[in-house]
Design a protein around this ligand. Structure first.
Ligand code: SF4
Ligand code: SF4
Ligand code: SF4
Length: 306
């Protein structure tokens, strides 16, 4: 087992443009390395729990399994394991620019590799026989996954942004994952599909924020909506099942919207827009001013200059 990529006092995270760098210690690096090495097995455990909920034959059994999953995903035992924040494509791209902005002097510190959930479950899509290459690891996460040798390779921020575009078009949710409830634990920008991702499945099944709500929220303009018969795209496009048909009308439950933007970019009637979420809960992990840079009057991220 090698830890060749551990950079003492150099594996850093910043919560915003002007914040202090937060060093990642060797213990954190080793713990995360061990998590990464066991991730394919952990993914199987989460899947079997969620399958159990879906396959339950009585309401009592279903509720019992749901309670177990909710307890596990929200307990102090799992608080040091990855949690995610969903976000729009623009916010995800800002994060790529930001990593490059602070890390550009010694390489982008961004790496991409196979979706570990697809890899662990051996479940692929669209006629593929291999996982999609879409786990964009960041900061010390890039160091670790390059070290683990699972097929990760270093990429630039621009290459990462191209991947985000492609994944958004495929209907995947951009989700920044962090450990330890702290910004120093931010390690990957995942692009999750609803079939596989246990956090999306868990959010839909439990109604809890297993995926954290991002810094933006979708607004639905009824007067512009074309209706279910002529369109109805948002029902299919939303992985969190926030949109439902009521006759020809769309019922939109804004309280459950994650702000992933997927319905916004495909809305035929331009009835969907994003706005700032007032009760964003993850300011201590990723600040709004960073994620929403260049939007809503926030300043942009300056490009790194060599
Ligand atoms: S992209 Fe989503 S589904 Fe794939 S490894 Fe990351 S969390 Fe799992
Ligand atoms: S995608 Fe837009 S226009 Fe189409 S049904 Fe949904 S809100 Fe209405
Ligand atoms: S309603 Fe739109 S923005 Fe909200 S979670 Fe669904 S797809 Fe994402």
């Amino acid at each position: 087992m090698s830890f060749l990529n551990y950079h003492k006092n150099e594996s850093l995270m910043f919560n915003g443009h002007d914040s202090e760098a937060i060093p990642v210690g060797l213990t954190q690096y080793v713990m995360h390395y061990l998590y990464g090495a066991n991730e394919p097995s952990l993914v199987k455990i989460a899947k079997s729990q969620l399958d159990g909920v879906e396959e339950a034959t009585t309401e009592k059994e279903r509720q019992k399994k749901l309670d177990t999953f909710s307890m596990m995903s929200g307990s102090s035992l799992t608080k040091d394991l990855p949690h995610g924040i969903a976000m729009s494509r623009n916010a995800a791209k800002n994060l790529m620019d930001f990593v490059y902005y602070v890390e550009g002097a010694r390489g982008a510190r961004i790496a991409v590799g196979p979706c570990i959930c697809q890899l662990g479950l051996k479940k692929y899509f669209g006629g593929r026989t291999e996982p999609e290459i879409k786990d964009i690891t960041l900061f010390y996460g890039a160091d670790i996954y390059l070290d683990l040798g699972m097929g990760f390779k270093e990429i630039t921020a621009d290459e990462a942004k191209d991947i985000l575009d492609e994944m958004h078009d495929r209907g995947h949710v951009h989700q920044a994952l962090y450990m330890y409830e702290e910004p120093r634990g931010l390690f990957v920008m995942c692009n999750c599909d609803r079939e596989i991702c246990s956090t999306i499945r868990g959010t839909v099944l439990t109604g809890n924020d297993v995926v954290g709500k991002g810094p933006e929220i979708c607004v639905h303009d009824k007067s512009k909506c074309l209706g279910v018969e002529k369109c109805g795209k948002c029902i299919e496009r939303c992985p969190f099942e926030v949109n439902k048909a009521d006759g020809d009308e769309i019922l939109f439950d804004q309280s459950r919207c994650m702000g992933c933007e997927l319905c916004v970019t495909t809305c035929e009637g331009k009835a969907r827009t994003l706005e700032i979420r007032e009760d964003y809960k993850y300011e201590h992990i990723l600040s709004k001013t960073l994620l929403l840079a260049g939007k809503y009057g926030y300043g942009g991220i300056e490009p790194y200059e060599k």
